[in-house]
Design a protein around this ligand. Sequence first.
Ligand SMILES: [Zn+2]
Length: 99
Amino acid sequence: MSEFYRSTICKSRTIRRCESCNKIIEAGTQHEYVATKYDGDFGTFRRHLDCLEYERHLNDINGMRGEEYSWLHEHVSEGGKSVLHDAPAAVKLRFGVEP
Ligand SMILES: [Zn+2]
């Protein structure tokens, strides 16, 4: 159960990894930073803003909320790259799909 969830938009001075696509977030790129406590464990993760937006879209249209919420890379590994057909060009490119 989630006991704590704080989302902020920030820039990093160093390279980070996006939890949604598992690719690099370049230094200086605006992205989401999340600090959370879930089942007693404190954790953090980061996401590209366009990955986050498209990930939420896929979860919304599939009625996946709470415990069912899935990362963008999980949608792609389960549904194939065709789930990216409405995704922004930058998101497609991170998964090796030509926009
Ligand atoms: Zn990403």
